[in-house]
Design a protein around this ligand. Structure first.
Ligand SMILES: *Cc1c(COP(=O)(O)O)cnc(C)c1O
Length: 511
């Protein structure tokens, strides 16, 4: 029996009753190579799968056993099941034909950085628990801050600092809580019900969730209305008017979340005038650039951040359009002590000399959770493997492809671009003019909304490409977000053909 183990190493883990060796280096090497090969084959074939998964809810329960296996199973068999049972239930975010939501741009560097981070599997809650994890994070955040030309007050070298959070939702929550406690220390905790949080009707729902968790009175959450005339950006005038009416009610303006690149339409809130108003009323400004922050490393896009010098915090998701695998949200604050005062705890079992001497950063005090991943590893690999020049080229190539798509739309009179394209996302639809018939029981706009929703669903059902929608100012739009790492211009041209074919079929059948 013992000789079997030596002949066929894969039987080691599959052999009933064998004592497992969860970190046997040679077995790790062998199985690790199998998984890398599996993923390389996946990327080779990813364009052959329907982009949006076509399974029905509950599909997996029908395929998998009722309970966990009693005995070990070999990796080969598990990978076969990943291929047969899991892959059909995957929506292929890495497909070159993926244009939905915002991208989740994978890369070799991001993936390998993730592997190194997971391989070391350290829990870097404070400096002592893994000095490299903390120090690399601070260094990489200063690097990135310089790439974005953030004012020096946001960098460690200028008294501020950056931290890697999991997602924007966490980053916004942490900054709301920091702002809340800073104000409550001044006006007294009993006044928490007076605090008001501001965004626009285009602000990501992350802000509302953060306000809810932070104990802000639900009646004091303001989604200030935007309109087509300001391209769905929040105007300083509307913000000021809202503040003034809140002050009349005896409320205390607390926090503004301004967005560079909104989720629905990539609208941009004008930072400079908004920050000027906020400053006047002592309001904490957080800049949420989750998607478009990446583009701001391009000199031609940096102007969107003009005014950030008067904001208090800034964040963007490296896991969206920056070749870094999920999750990786980069957050900078001017006043780290505001975060620390709101989020710090120091139990006896974490005490150590470096923390006692306050000579180090303990990132546990900059975030919600205690335990934290070594995320800077993947960002470091991305920055080093590609360099600033190639990252810029990569982003520009996506903007160019989006422009091309826009050009194709312009050549087909049936379609229109609904809001100006700012980055690499195009919001478009079949225009209402195209929708004929005089027996209409609904308005032209409503008919257009219904028709475009129907068109998008038939396109996505085909599995050839995947787009998602938004409703902007009452108008249903299809969003074409370029940014998947494997997308080339030929995919964009093909995508437009798919849209046209489905539109032909739909318009012919409805006229
Ligand atoms: C995607 C997005 C978010 C949410 O990001 P998470 O990291 O998923 O929390 C917030 N704001 C904007 C503008 C976004 O595009």
């Amino acid at each position: 029996m013992g000789s079997l183990h030596n002949q066929k190493p894969e039987i080691k883990t599959g052999f009933p009753g064998a004592i497992i060796k969860p970190l046997d280096p040679e077995e790790f090497r062998r199985q690790g190579h199998l998984v890398i090969d599996f993923l390389a084959d996946y990327y080779n074939n990813v364009d052959k799968y329907p982009v949006r998964s076509q399974v029905e809810p509950g599909y997996l329960k029908k395929r998998l056993p009722e309970s966990a296996p009693h005995d070990a199973e070999p990796i080969e068999e598990i990978l076969r099941d990943v291929q047969n049972d899991i892959v059909p239930g995957i929506t292929h975010w890495q497909s070159p034909n993926y244009f939905a939501y915002f991208p989740s741009s994978g890369s070799i560097a991001g993936f390998l950085g993730e592997m190194l981070s997971t391989g070391f599997n350290v829990v870097g809650f404070n400096w002592m628990s893994s000095p490299a994890a903390t120090e690399l994070e601070s260094i990489v955040m200063d690097w990135l801050g310089k790439m974005l030309e953030l004012p020096s007050e946001f960098l460690f070298s200028g008294g501020g600092g950056g931290v890697l959070q999991g997602t924007t939702c966490e980053a916004i929550l942490c900054t709301v809580v920091a702002a809340r406690d800073r104000v409550l220390r001044r006006i007294g905790r009993e006044n928490i019900n007076k605090l008001v949080v501001y965004g626009s009707d285009q602000t990501h729902s992350a802000l509302q969730k953060a306000a809810q968790i932070a104990g802000i009175n639900p009646g004091n959450f303001r989604a200030v209305e935007t309109s087509k005339s300001s391209e769905f950006g929040l105007t300083a005038e509307a913000f000021r008017a809202q503040i003034e009416s809140d002050l009349k009610l005896g409320l205390v303006p607390l926090f503004l979340c301004a967005t560079i690149g909104t989720t629905s339409s990539t609208a941009v809130d004008p930072l400079a005038p908004l920050c000027a108003v906020a400053k006047e009323f002592n309001v904490w400004v957080h800049v949420d650039a989750a998607y478009a922050g990446s583009a701001c490393i391009l000199p031609e896009y940096r102007h969107y951040l003009d005014g950030v010098e008067n904001a208090d915090s800034f964040s963007f998701n490296a896991h969206k359009w920056f070749l870094t695998t999920l999750d990786c949200c980069c957050l900078w604050v001017k006043d780290p002590s505001a975060l620390v005062k709101a989020l710090s705890t120091y139990p006896e079992y974490l005490r150590n000399r470096a923390s006692d001497a306050k000579s180090v950063i303990d990132y546990k005090d900059w975030q919600i959770t205690l335990s934290r991943r070594f995320r800077s590893m993947k960002l470091w690999l991305v920055l080093r493997s590609y360099g600033v020049a190639n990252l810029r080229k990569f982003l520009r190539s996506h903007v160019k492809m989006a422009k091309n798509f826009e050009g194709l739309i312009g050549m087909d009179k049936r379609f229109e671009v609904v809001v100006p394209r700012n980055f690499a996302t195009v919001c478009f639809r079949i225009s209402p003019i195209e929708i004929g018939g005089n027996r209409q029981i609904v308005s032209k706009e409503e008919a257009a909304n219904n028709l475009n929703a129907k068109l998008l669903e038939t396109i996505n059902e085909s599995g050839k490409i995947y787009m998602t929608h938004a409703v902007i100012g009452g108008v249903y739009v299809m969003r074409f977000a370029v940014g998947a790492s494997l997308t080339e211009n030929r995919h964009v041209i093909l995508a437009w053909k798919v849209v046209q074919e489905h539109a032909n079929a739909l318009l012919n059948s409805s006229s």
